[in-house]
Design a protein around this ligand. Structure first.
Ligand SMILES: [Ca+2]
Length: 319
């Protein structure tokens, strides 16, 4: 079993990833930590509570960061044109959710869970890296207690999606991402290089909803706004960014990877750009030297990844 803490900013594609983690037979969801990103922290946290209540997810929800690792960074805009005003495609959501929130801030929750289950916890981070960076700052040695880190973010051999250089999760907190990628733990990064190849058509979603009943119908309903946004980008369907990272956890054989240290450009025109120095390459001395080699996904089998998503969400089965 993979013991997972899901660090998330729900977020439409976050919602699909959450249902995948909840229903996959080889994953034990140990906690949900929220971060600002697709919406302000009050909304992403409320959404995490709402989804876990709707789907009967018992894992604690801990509220995380509401500003960037470097608080001096200027605030950006909320991507309401992608995820809706309420972060979940503007479906009706009550303001107050009955479920209680964990009293600990997200980064403390992560540290305490890592200590309680040393070497067992995988962090699946599909928002800004702010909570992970805050945990590293508070207790640098805690990295050694984490089994693996799987990140949705970055764009390596292609353009970004928020600027020509940068992908949104990394651009939202570049200093945090650079700290996470250079920390002494194992990181696998699932970026736009592979997620943009993984498009779920509206027909695929509709079939899942009819086969999966009310829980999957909720997912289909909240995804509609996002599907409409993606019409002008990919035609019919939605890019399932965050779920790709979750599938990587259980089916890494569906991905090709490249090893090497990763740095994040902090500031300037290319703010938030992710650059890997592949292990096989040689350069003069550089800012990549002395940092751990991490894995970047460079290839994916999209049809198989979609099949894995369907198997977990609809059937509760592994691929
Ligand atoms: Ca996300």
């Amino acid at each position: 079993m993979h013991k997972v803490i899901f660090d998330t900013d729900p977020g439409v594609d976050d919602a699909m990833a959450l249902l995948f983690l909840h229903r996959h037979p080889d994953i034990e969801l140990m906690g949900i930590t929220t971060v600002f990103g697709n919406a302000p922290i009050e909304i992403t946290t409320r959404n995490a509570l709402f989804l876990s209540e709707q789907w009967g997810i018992a894992a604690p929800v801990a509220r995380g960061a509401d500003q960037t690792f470097d608080p001096g960074r200027p605030e950006g805009h909320w991507p309401t044109f992608i995820h809706g005003e309420n972060g979940l495609g503007d479906i009706p959501i009550p303001d107050v959710i009955g479920r209680e929130i964990d009293p600990r801030p997200a980064h403390k929750f992560i540290i305490e869970m890592a200590k309680a289950y040393p070497g067992e916890i995988t962090l699946v981070a599909v928002g800004r890296m702010t909570n992970l960076a805050a945990a590293l700052r508070e207790e640098p040695d805690f990295a050694a207690l984490i089994k693996d880190v799987v990140v949705m973010g970055g764009a390596f051999d292609i353009n970004g999606n928020i600027s020509p250089a940068a992908e949104a999760n990394i651009h939202g907190d570049p200093e945090a991402a650079d700290l996470v990628f250079t920390a002494p733990w194992r990181v696998a990064v699932i970026g736009l290089d592979v997620t943009t190849k993984t498009v779920m058509t509206s027909g695929f979603m509709a079939e899942m909803a009819s086969a999966g009943g009310a829980p999957v119908q909720l997912l289909a309903d909240l995804s509609q706004f996002y599907i409409d946004f993606y019409k002008h980008r990919v035609g019919d369907g939605m890019v399932v960014h965050d779920s790709c990272a979750c599938v990587y956890l259980v089916n890494p054989e569906l991905f090709e990877t490249r090893s090497g240290p990763i740095r994040v450009i902090c500031g300037g025109l290319a703010d938030g750009q992710t650059i890997q120095k592949p292990d096989a390459t040689r350069f003069g001395p550089s800012a990549w030297d002395g940092h751990p080699s991490q894995l970047v996904c460079t290839g994916i089998q999209p049809e198989q990844v979609l099949a894995a998503i369907r198997a977990a969400i609809v059937e509760g089965q592994r691929l």
